[in-house]
Write a protein that binds this ligand. Structure first.
Ligand SMILES: Cc1ncc(COP(=O)(O)O)c(C=O)c1O
Length: 407
């Protein structure tokens, strides 16, 4: 026994290995999946196979390895669309670095004189907040920051929407709240010639149904928050893609070239957002991650059941602790709080001494957390599909001990 809790190496060594995460030491409690999910073994295997067996580039070469890459890349594009129930007739899938790059590629290339206003919301990540600011300046249009309700819905008046470009998250990285009125918002925007770009960085695991029912114009997400390797994905309606004024251009984007003009390849419209050689191992890894997500059952339960169970344990346990302020109004796999008794960064360091990995600070949501709410730094626990009941119970008991010991 130590001052923080009751667990020790001996107990850990008796815990069963977690299926598909056998590489993780049973003593390591990783609760930062909102930043990066762990990569399950099938993803690592798919990438290793690419490096060992067919390490070619795609879209350019005639030898067999290249054909294999092309097939795998197309399979990943199809798996992305399948997960969110969209059709390749209407949408293109392009790969990039991360959600931030995807949003910037769209926003910084929007056509001039097309939109009358930019809309976003108060709980956005800096990756939405900043690019909507610079894009609105470039387009010389006003930008409005709308409020998000406790249930995650966006508060708007229909008069806000005319000819607007709206960029909002489908799932918050602060407390996991979802854009519960996403489908209605998209329809209302479209009725007034508006366009919806969704930040789906946190959405592809638990909020895929919400994405399925929403007629968005574009969605950006990060494979590294979706059990895949570090990679960004843009899913975009062909109409919006074709309207972009391209300024970020290069290799792989040319059908015909003259001294001072070029045309894009008509057989590969996604190339408009994919200048230069792509991360083929990453794209293949994402395909493996999406396949894996389709069938993985953590601790023998459905993913939703398991996430709900672990989230409820943490939510109820934290709610009972004195002097802890939970930002969440209901259980979620992403929970943030602060304590009157201990600074969140100090708490994160104490937790890390017990191999519990949690985030402290403002999680790149400075506008809402620091500027609007004026909260002190927060601690965030984000549960992933590798986590077990033992992980969250241990975390709760360690937090309780720390709180008791600092008094
Ligand atoms: C809601 C949300 N949007 C955008 C981002 C930015 O993602 P990335 O750093 O992968 O570009 C994050 C990252 O945490 C996020 O949680």
């Amino acid at each position: 026994m130590n001052i923080f809790g009751t667990h020790n190496k001996k107990e850990w060594s008796e815990l069963p290995a977690r299926k598909d995460f056998e590489f993780l030491s049973p003593g390591d409690i990783y609760l930062d999946s909102a930043c990066q999910t762990l990569r399950p073994q099938p993803v690592l295997d798919a990438m290793s196979l690419y490096f060992h067996e067919y390490n070619a580039c795609g879209g350019r070469v005639k030898y067999e390895w290249g054909k294999r890459v092309d097939e795998a890349v197309e399979k990943t594009r199809a798996l992305v669309l399948k997960r969110i129930g969209k059709s390749e007739k209407e949408y293109q899938v392009a790969f990039t670095l991360n959600t931030t790059y995807g949003l910037n590629l769209l926003l910084q290339q929007l056509p001039q004189q097309t939109y009358s206003r930019m809309l976003t919301s108060d709980i956005e990540h800096n990756s939405v907040f900043l690019p909507t600011t610079t894009a609105a300046n470039r387009l010389a249009i006003p930008r409005t920051v709308l409020r998000r309700n406790e249930d995650g819905s966006l508060a708007y008046a229909e008069t806000d929407l005319t000819n607007a470009i709206a960029v909002v998250n489908a799932t918050s990285s602060i407390d996991g709240r979802s854009l519960t009125n996403a489908a209605t918002f998209a329809n209302d925007l479209h009725a007034t010639s508006g366009v919806l770009i969704l930040d789906g960085a946190q959405s592809m695991v638990g909020d895929a149904p919400l994405l399925r029912e929403t007629d968005f114009d574009a969605l950006c997400f990060s494979s590294h928050k979706t059990y895949g390797p570090s990679l960004g994905v843009i899913v975009v309606k062909k109409q919006l893609l074709n309207s972009l004024e391209l300024s970020f251009v290069g290799g792989g984007m040319v059908a015909e070239l003259t001294e001072d003009s070029f045309t894009l390849p008509t057989n590969d419209p996604a190339a408009a957002l994919e200048p230069g050689l792509q991360d083929f191992a990453g794209i293949i890894g994402l395909g493996a991650a999406l396949n894996w997500l389709g069938s993985y059952r953590p601790e023998g339960r459905s993913q939703r059941e398991q996430q709900e169970k672990l989230s409820r344990i943490l939510f109820e346990g934290l709610s009972q602790l004195p002097n802890i302020h939970l930002l969440n109004h209901e259980p979620s796999s992403t929970l943030s709080f602060y304590s009157d008794d201990i600074d969140a960064h100090r708490l994160a360091i104490f937790l890390s001494k017990q191999n519990i990995m949690a985030r402290s600070g403002y999680f790149c949501c400075h506008y809402y957390l620091q500027n609007v709410k004026k909260y002190p730094p927060l601690l965030r626990l984000s549960v992933g599909l590798h986590n077990t009941e033992h992980d969250v119970q241990t975390t709760l008991s360690v937090i309780k001990k720390i709180m008791k010991n600092i008094k």
